[in-house]
Design a protein around this ligand. Structure first.
Ligand code: F0G
Length: 481
């Protein structure tokens, strides 16, 4: 589909799909939101879905499926071994990525478990543009260490750099020269999640591949957020503007030896998989898949899921489909930016990211500013975001806090799910919160798991600030929800 411009009305992002199946939403009164937050121990993962008005926790496994995806699930070929649906998916991945081999896994972190079990040993070092929580957990579980080499602009929340996900090539060259023997692979994460869904440029991937090849180190891509990265390559990268999304995908994947993905993101469905260029690791990986995930023609996925992914990957090759998320995010980010509310710029993929270190600068990192802001936003609007800051980091081996480089509250926009009026509602409540930000205070752990503590840890507010915030809301909004 070509470009559509507005002649008389305000230029707003426009959906290129119609909504056929809907889910009813309920917005609880502010007093009940406060009570639910307390029941969930100030951890928004522990809320019940029915108590949330806008669930912007993640884009993972909650994207809207298309009519064609749904139809394909009905037709899926159910078999423990040899499902035709698997072969369709395998062919799709092989042709899009130009890779010889494909192995299924039940989701992204399962791919990471398989790959790290096979490749990472104690003392190893894994350079990457930036870590993702589950990736880091698996590398450290195997005794390895993550080395983040994101270029400096990547950690600057306010920037005009179109490709903040780029790896620092000088730093990479240096570590490949010095530590080659300790490096099992280099990892590039497309659409770099934890720094605000920021893309990697084609040239940066090319140079990275060159350095890896010269050093004889395999290059791996985490393609979970590739669809956003592809959109940004098409719209921001001079090298790509005359290429189709399919051609850009081919170009990008030709640079990598291994590509894995969470199909909860890439492919608008649920599941995951690993594509390999050559057969070097194939047999070992097959053994691990059948031991940990399931037989080689499902790997922990239902055949319905595999059918939906195969269609979803096709849809990912359409610019009018993959541009939807980034365009809505751009609107969200730009409106907040216009109001002077601190957000990560330029707008990335995945979601709108509030910069908690500037939103609530009075909260020290030890009191989890981004988590405090996420709790406050649930009180203010029934909106669930995801903390992406110090709370999402596990402690250092000596028990001290590992302070995150960025304190973000991510408001994810699952693809094809939210309307513009819902985003405008979110902006209105964030604006109110900004005007009342001095009321927000910190949180502390009451129960703190050792690994990936943000998922199930329990917290409490450091004072009665949440009651005060709810009262201020009631005062300003009278009997409105
Ligand atoms: N890699 C990246 C870049 C991811 O964003 C995720 C998941 C994974 C790996 C793990 O995949 O969830 O299928 O096991 N990100 C989700 C999120 C959890 O909310 O950002 P998974």
């Amino acid at each position: 589909m070509g470009t559509i411009t507005f002649r008389y009305s305000e230029a707003v992002p426009l959906e290129s799909h119609r909504v056929r199946i809907v889910q009813k939403l309920e917005l609880l009164p502010v007093e009940q939101r406060l009570a639910k937050l307390k029941e969930a121990k100030n951890n928004l993962y522990l809320l019940h879905n029915r108590d949330i008005f806008l669930d912007m926790l993640t884009d993972s496994g909650v994207n809207a499926m298309s009519d064609n995806q749904l139809a394909a699930t009905i037709n899926a070929d159910d078999a423990y071994a040899g499902s035709e649906t698997f072969y369709i998916l395998e062919k799709k991945v092989q042709s899009l990525f130009g890779m010889e081999h494909f192995l299924p896994a039940h989701q992204g972190r399962a791919c990471e478990k398989l790959l790290t079990d096979m490749l990472v040993k104690p003392g190893d070092l894994v350079p990457m543009n930036y870590h993702f929580t589950t990736t880091k957990a698996h590398i450290t579980r195997c005794g390895g260490e993550v080395l983040e080499l994101i270029k400096p602009a990547g950690l600057n929340p306010v920037s005009h750099d179109p490709f903040k996900g780029d790896i620092d090539l000088d730093a990479l060259k240096d570590v490949l020269d010095r530590e080659r023997q300790r490096i099992p692979f280099v990892r590039i994460e497309a659409g770099t999640n934890l720094i605000g869904g920021q893309p990697v440029s084609l040239d940066n991937m090319r140079q990275t591949a060159k350095l890896c090849k010269a050093a004889g180190v395999p290059l791996m891509m985490d393609a979970s957020l590739l669809q956003d990265n592809l959109h940004f390559l098409k719209t921001r990268d001079e090298h790509c503007k005359n290429l189709s999304i399919k051609e850009i995908t081919k170009e990008v994947s030709s640079l990598f030896d291994i590509i894995y993905f969470s199909a909860r993101k890439l492919g608008f469905a649920t599941g995951g998989g690993i594509a390999l260029r050559d057969a070097k690791h194939l047999n070992r990986l097959k053994e691990l898949v059948v031991r940990d995930e399931g037989f080689l023609t499902y790997g922990g996925m239902s055949t319905k899921e595999m059918a939906a992914i195969a269609i979803g990957l096709d849809e990912t090759m359409e610019e009018s489909v993959i541009s939807h998320g980034p365009q809505f995010i751009e609107f969200f980010v730009n409106e907040l930016d216009r109001l002077g509310i601190p957000v990560v710029t330029p707008p990335g993929g995945l979601g709108c990211h509030l910069d908690a270190s500037r939103f609530v600068p009075h909260i020290p990192q030890s009191a989890y500013p981004a988590a405090s802001l996420s709790a406050a936003l649930y009180i203010a609007g029934g909106i669930r975001g995801m903390e992406r800051g110090t709370l999402s980091e596990d402690r250092n081996p000596d028990g001290s806090e590992h302070f995150a480089s960025m304190e973000l509250l991510r408001l994810a926009l699952p693809r094809r799910v939210f309307t513009l009026s819902q985003i405008k509602y979110a902006i209105d409540r964030i604006h109110w919160l900004w005007d009342n930000r001095q009321l927000i205070e910190g949180l502390t752990f009451t129960t703190e798991p050792e690994i990936l503590r943000f998922f199930v840890g329990e917290l409490a507010p450091l004072s009665d600030w949440q009651e005060k915030l709810a009262k201020a809301f009631r005062r300003d909004f009278a009997d409105s929800l």
